[in-house]
Design a protein around this ligand. Structure first.
Ligand code: MSP
Length: 511
């Protein structure tokens, strides 16, 4: 079985920002770890190109929707390349294979009797691409109905002919499924939210639009295109071979994870599972709804003007420190306030002073005392027990996507080795001519560095690769048993991994 998972398929009305990059980086850490752990990985991401929001954005730019979407593809692909994202498929919802997926899926549900035609009376928020009942809406100071999510005015629909999916039929089946599969929706807080939403009653869902044509045509009725969510969710299947490649599809489905932000959990935890039930397909193992990145207590978003570009972050901190900060300091699953001060603090404490400092001290000492060669093996090490027990703890945390916990374990080892440098004082051993002891101590440090670099690799691929290359170690598998580092290996010196940062030397602000 392939270890398969997804990020959301992002709207192309704007380029990626820190919020969208956050999910994608998290998914990449999973991808890298699972590969090192010996699993085949399918990591699906992509662009959500249909719907009114994208059509309106194209118009604002004097382009037709397809031209607009094509022009946005490099913004996404280049960003993911810059962040070293190792996705295995990038689905554009305007691709022909996606059209085939959408049409096959909904034709199947039509044939099974899950669809009917009706008139839609209600409200629609284009920005959220979401239908609302009047009772869901807020009012602004002019007395106008606005979207409860984004606060923008909503459009009234008076009887648009739509195709409806019999979502209401799935209420009990969904509740039953949630109950029997406590890990289906994580974290717990999202699960509770979803359960109480479903308990409050489900309405049938409009899955087509007939007032505009920027979407996948429904095969059983001319003039209707799929509602953007009835299209985008199916990109998850398209990215693993549906409907053409049954073998690939069966290897990857059901997936391990859909990683999504908490704002889109209803689509993923209610509509999507009901669609899958109707189609007779198994459910994904877990839908994980992470929190928002907040700046000054507000959700960071392009439209609020407080969105930071990932490239600025990379320019100031370097790719690895950027990835590390978000994965270690923002607990995956809850909202996290981010600030420049905190980033600098974490960078200096964990990376410059702990991990980077350890590597440069130990490499320099190896150079000085052993001409840069790894000395003889040592089995007598205060770090051996920690290393022996680390895989289980780390693996468990990574399986649960608790990146903060996984990193904490590895950092604790780096801290331990830093203390060990002080305790064992190799400079004194060298001065006193205690060569055997010196050799043992240096091996212990170098071997610990190898192990730390391997465990850090999913989060910080660039620096771990530098360290592992210096140690002439294969970076493709998580071979962390004590004693793998070969004596006699000539170590290549490397530049300091994380030079210390000073706040007043940094020329940008996340506030
Ligand atoms: N196109 C839909 C998803 C379809 S999936 C079948 C969509 N796209 S989106 O471009 O708006 O992307 C959103 C993802 O980015 C969501 O998971 C959302 O939660 C996440 N984020 C957007 N701003 C965010 C923050 N400030 N913080 C964290 N994640 C945020 O929705």
């Amino acid at each position: 079985m392939t270890y398969a998972f997804t990020t959301p398929i992002y709207y192309v009305n704007a380029a990626p920002h820190l919020g969208t990059a956050y999910t994608t980086i998290a998914a990449d850490c999973v991808a890298r770890y699972q590969r090192m752990n010996g699993n085949k990985v399918a990591f699906v991401t992509g662009m959500d190109e249909h719907g009114q929001k994208v059509a309106d954005t194209a118009k604002e730019h004097d382009m037709n929707p397809q031209e607009w979407c094509d022009s946005m593809e490099p913004a996404f692909r280049d960003e993911w390349d810059r962040l070293k994202i190792t996705y295995t498929d990038f689905v554009r919802t305007t691709e022909e294979r996606q059209t085939r997926s959408v049409q096959k899926f909904w034709q199947d549900l039509y044939d099974k009797g899950y669809l009917y035609k009706g008139a839609y009376e209600g409200w629609y928020c284009v920005h959220e691409e979401t239908y609302y009942a009047e009772s869901d809406l807020d009012k602004n100071e002019d007395g106008l109905y606005v979207c409860p999510e984004c606060g923008r005015p909503v459009q009234e629909s008076t009887g648009e002919e739509n195709w409806f999916f019999k979502l209401s039929e799935f209420q009990d089946k969904l509740l039953d499924y949630y109950e029997k599969h406590p890990d289906f929706i994580r974290p717990e807080i999202r699960r509770n939210e979803v359960v109480s939403f479903v308990k409050s009653g489900l309405k049938d869902l409009s899955i087509s639009r007939s007032t505009f044509d920027w979407g996948v045509p429904l095969p059983f009725d001319d003039g209707h295109v799929a509602y953007v969510w009835a299209d985008a969710l199916l990109a998850y299947l398209t990215g693993i071979g549906y409907p053409d490649n049954e073998k690939e599809f069966n290897e990857c489905w059901p997936m391990q994870y859909h990683f999504v932000g908490k704002d889109i959990i209803r689509f993923h935890c209610v509509i999507w599972p009901a669609m899958l039930m109707a189609a007779g397909l198994p459910q994904p193992k877990c839908i994980f709804g992470h929190g928002f990145l907040l700046t000054k207590g507000e959700k960071m978003s392009k439209s609020k003007g407080n969105a930071v570009k990932p490239e600025d972050m990379v320019r100031v901190f370097g790719l690895d420190a950027y990835r590390y900060y978000f994965m270690s300091d923002v607990q995956f699953g809850v909202d996290g306030s981010i600030s420049l001060e905190r980033m600098i603090q974490v960078y200096n404490a964990d990376l410059a002073n702990t991990w980077g400092n350890l590597v440069s001290r130990v490499f320099n000492m190896t150079n000085k005392y052993f001409d840069g060669k790894v000395p003889a093996k040592s089995d007598d090490s205060p770090m051996k027990d920690i290393v022996d027990g680390l895989y289980e703890k780390y693996n468990e945390a990574m399986d649960k996507v608790d990146f903060t916990a996984a990193i904490k374990e590895v950092l604790a080892l780096a801290e331990r080795v830093n203390h060990y440098v002080e305790e064992s004082a190799p400079w004194t051993l060298a001065k006193e001519g205690k060569n055997e002891e010196l050799s043992q101590v240096m091996y212990n440090m170098l071997e610990s560095i190898r192990v730390i670099a391997l465990y850090m690799l999913p989060f910080m691929p660039e620096t771990s690769e530098i360290v592992l290359k210096s140690l002439k170690v294969d970076a493709t598998s998580i071979n962390t048993s004590w004693g793998e580092l070969e004596p006699g290996t000539q170590i290549d010196m490397c530049e300091p991994l994380f030079p210390r940062l000073k706040e007043d030397e940094i020329d940008f602000n996340v506030e």
